[in-house]
Design a protein around this ligand. Structure first.
Ligand SMILES: Cc1cc2nc3c(=O)[nH]c(=O)nc-3n(C[C@H](O)[C@H](O)[C@H](O)COP(=O)(O)OP(=O)(O)OC[C@H]3O[C@@H](n4cnc5c(N)ncnc54)[C@H](O)[C@@H]3O)c2cc1C
Length: 488
């Protein structure tokens, strides 16, 4: 049967702004199961199951060295962490610190967020979610989590175009690393940014906006190197409904013969594989549904079979054998975008929890070649892997975006927590994908250094110049940036 029954579930002077005025010390640890109590107050988030070491109202700072990232594979070395409650306090803390970097929700897997001096977390600032209906934008504090924002937007009849696999991450932290979801026509989350408010190294506030600031395209995916992003303005659209369908056992041959047709079959398509065998384990299709009263769309895929796969008859988790309780609703049940576009639900642990991650992006034309390279390495990859996910991302103009200038396909790896073995394998994978100019995800584990990364981004030197102008004393630099970006 083709189609589905339609059910409506429903300032630095040199900064040009439009402001008119698998790295470092690693620790091994197990992973607690973590249930979340969702709250509008970012400081009350229970997602990590590990509160900060400071009273949430402190701006005095305290040891951050005992703080782990979400995966527990990186222990921040910064001796001080600040949690200001107001913008003025952010400015004061940044201006006074010789070295400082912003910390988001700690979901990166490498040392990108660490600082040799202080860390500053915005989780104690009011999310301050402001919808501008006329401009079709929403402005939020940078530390706000996507889950909190999505709930508020949906309640007011609005939507973001896309989400990552999890809603737990902070807006400023996600855009800083070009975090993405899937969809041939969907840019990564940073492409929704219309404007930024940044506290620069001297504590002054700068506003950069799309189309008005020459540095805007360089500043959005900023890797935390330009300043502390205190507010982000994002494009929004009227709310929409989504249905999610999962298919299993798609023969590789069929997928490879029609890769473009497969990824364009729904608004967002993910292919999950462990690279072994002849079939893709699962395909997750997120399809946009029209609002009640509008015309039904042409069904883009067969509801019983999808590229030789069979329709899952029960909800699935991407990881084999893991309960689907943590996942957003499937089985074609329509629901709001805010409860379907991420794979994982805000109130539950995303993914496995006991994991590491890496991801590499190639231009779309190279997708089939990249799959061939990775399948040829399956004897090395599969034993270390929970699961891989293949997603598509539309091209953009953000200088350090992994989709800069090219429609892209992302090859994601959810590794078992075997840091040494994964770090040993990463150079092998990167070498195999090097002829395809694969760009590594900034927030996940990768081996490449600044020398090889630089050649992948046409505006790389422009970004370095921008960072030099915004942060001439290198207040926001850390060891990760020195090695992977600035080549120091
Ligand atoms: C379970 C899991 C699933 C994931 N799924 C996806 C996915 O689907 N797609 C994807 O692309 N990635 C995914 N990631 C990776 C994740 O989205 C990125 O690592 C993202 O950067 C994490 O955001 P964060 O708020 O935790 O930032 P952090 O890890 O805390 O920081 C990341 C960077 O952002 C900077 N930063 C944070 N806040 C600010 C600020 N206010 N101002 C300036 N800079 C700031 C930091 O300095 C640092 O450089 C996943 C990670 C996990 C753990």
């Amino acid at each position: 049967m083709r189609g589905w029954p339609l059910t409506h579930g429903q300032g630095l002077p040199s900064l040009v702004s439009d402001n008119k005025t698998a790295d470092g010390p690693l620790v091994r640890r197990g992973r607690d199961a973590m249930s979340t109590e969702v709250s509008e107050m970012p400081g009350l988030d229970g997602q990590t199951g590990r509160g900060g070491l400071l009273a949430p109202d402190s701006t005095e700072g305290a040891g951050a060295a005992a703080e782990l990232n979400w995966a527990g594979n990186y222990r921040y070395t910064a001796p001080v962490i600040h949690r200001p409650r107001t913008l003025a306090e952010v400015q004061e803390v940044v201006a006074a610190a010789p070295k400082i970097r912003a910390l988001g929700s700690r979901h990166s897997f490498n040392s990108i967020a660490d600082s040799p001096g202080a860390l500053i977390s915005l989780e104690s600032l009011d999310p301050a979610i402001r919808i501008d209906a006329a401009a079709r934008t929403v402005t939020v504090s940078g530390g706000t989590r996507y889950g909190t924002l999505a709930e508020k937007l949906q309640a007011n009849g609005y939507a973001l175009p896309n989400l990552a696999s999890l809603p737990h991450i902070s807006v400023a932290g996600a855009i800083a690393t070009a975090t993405h979801g899937s969809g041939d026509a969907n840019g990564n989350l940073a492409t929704s940014v219309a404007a930024l408010q940044i506290v620069a190294a001297d504590g002054t506030i700068h506003h950069l906006s799309r189309g008005n600031s020459p540095d805007f395209d360089g500043a959005v995916v900023g890797l935390g190197a330009l300043g502390v992003v205190t507010k982000v303005t994002l494009d929004i659209e009227p709310t929409f409904a989504v249905r999610q369908d999962v298919f299993e056992g798609l023969p590789w041959q069929t997928v490879l013969e029609s890769f473009d047709a497969a990824t364009s079959s729904a608004y967002s398509v993910s292919l999950f594989t462990d690279w072994s065998g002849d079939a893709v384990a699962q395909s997750w299709l997120k399809s946009r549904l029209p609002l009640a009263g509008t015309a039904a769309p042409e069904a883009a895929f067969d509801v019983d079979t999808f590229f030789g796969g069979t329709r899952a008859t029960a909800a699935r988790h991407p990881l084999p054998g893991v309960s689907a309780e943590n996942c957003t609703e499937q089985l074609g049940v329509p629901g709001p975008w805010s409860e379907r576009l991420a794979h994982f639900r805000m109130a539950f642990t995303p993914s496995s929890g006991d994991e590491l991650q890496s991801e590499f992006f190639v231009r779309r034309e190279h997708a089939v070649a990249a799959i061939a390279e990775l399948r040829a390495l399956s004897h090395r990859i599969t034993p270390l892997l929970h699961i891989s996910e293949i997603r598509t991302v539309a091209a953009d103009q953000l200088w350090l975006s992994t989709a800069y200038g090219q429609d892209s396909v992302g090859f994601h790896f959810t590794w078992k927590q075997l840091q040494d073995e994964v770090e040993e394998l990463l150079p092998v994978i990167e070498e195999a994908l090097a002829p395809l100019d694969a760009r590594p995800h900034w927030g996940k584990l990768f081996h490449a250094d600044a020398r090889s990364v630089a050649g992948l981004y046409p505006r790389f030197d422009d970004f370095k110049d921008l960072a030099e102008r915004m942060d001439p004393e290198h207040k926001f630099r850390n060891e990760f940036l020195a090695r992977k970006v600035f080549g120091e």
